[in-house]
Design a protein. Sequence first.
Length: 230
Amino acid sequence: MSTAHTDAHGGEHNPHLAHHFDTMEQQAGAAKLGMWLFLATEILMFSGLFLAYFVIRMFYPEMVLGAHEHLNKFAGGLNTVVLLVSSWTMAMAVRSAQVGKPNNQADIAKIKAFLAMTFACGGIFMVVKYFEYSAKFAHGMLPGKFYTAHLHGYDIPGLPHIFFGIYFVMTGLHGVHVLVGMALMVWIYLRAVRGDFSRQNYAGVENLGLYWHIVDLVWIFLFPLLYLVK
């Protein structure tokens, strides 16, 4: 049974065109506008956390400098490289969809391959973050009343539990966004397998790309502020 439907004039529509839109371009534009509005709220949320970080750094500069030395710069740098690579693979997935021919298996394979590589990069990021968090838990470098690093022989001047509080909130929230992005990749990948994406319909891949680039951009700011502060 064909999934195509007819418009008011009896013409055949793209099967991916929702009934409340007149053209695929109009539908794609509405989807992109909605994604940008959502991303604006995400930027506002992280901006509040960045402001909190700068306030902490202003009031406790020596504590921040001392506490950040206990972050794993290699792990943070590795994750930065991984996310930069993932930005490229995601951009290639979007481009493959934008130029792909409908139901062309070679073009579909490119979309799937680049999405899979992006998903793998996200997985590597989370694995590295798992080991990094595990070390902090083992050494008692935790926020608030859970901070017990001094019992493990780590004497950090000032109020380091405040620094680790903002560290876990910022990196933890970012990690949640990475996981959400990976879940969305699975959904988009399954749709790509079904042959949903081509030059006639690529809004889903494009909007996922916008989300993922924002996730990467947030980390580009988090890494130097938390790991390389001087």
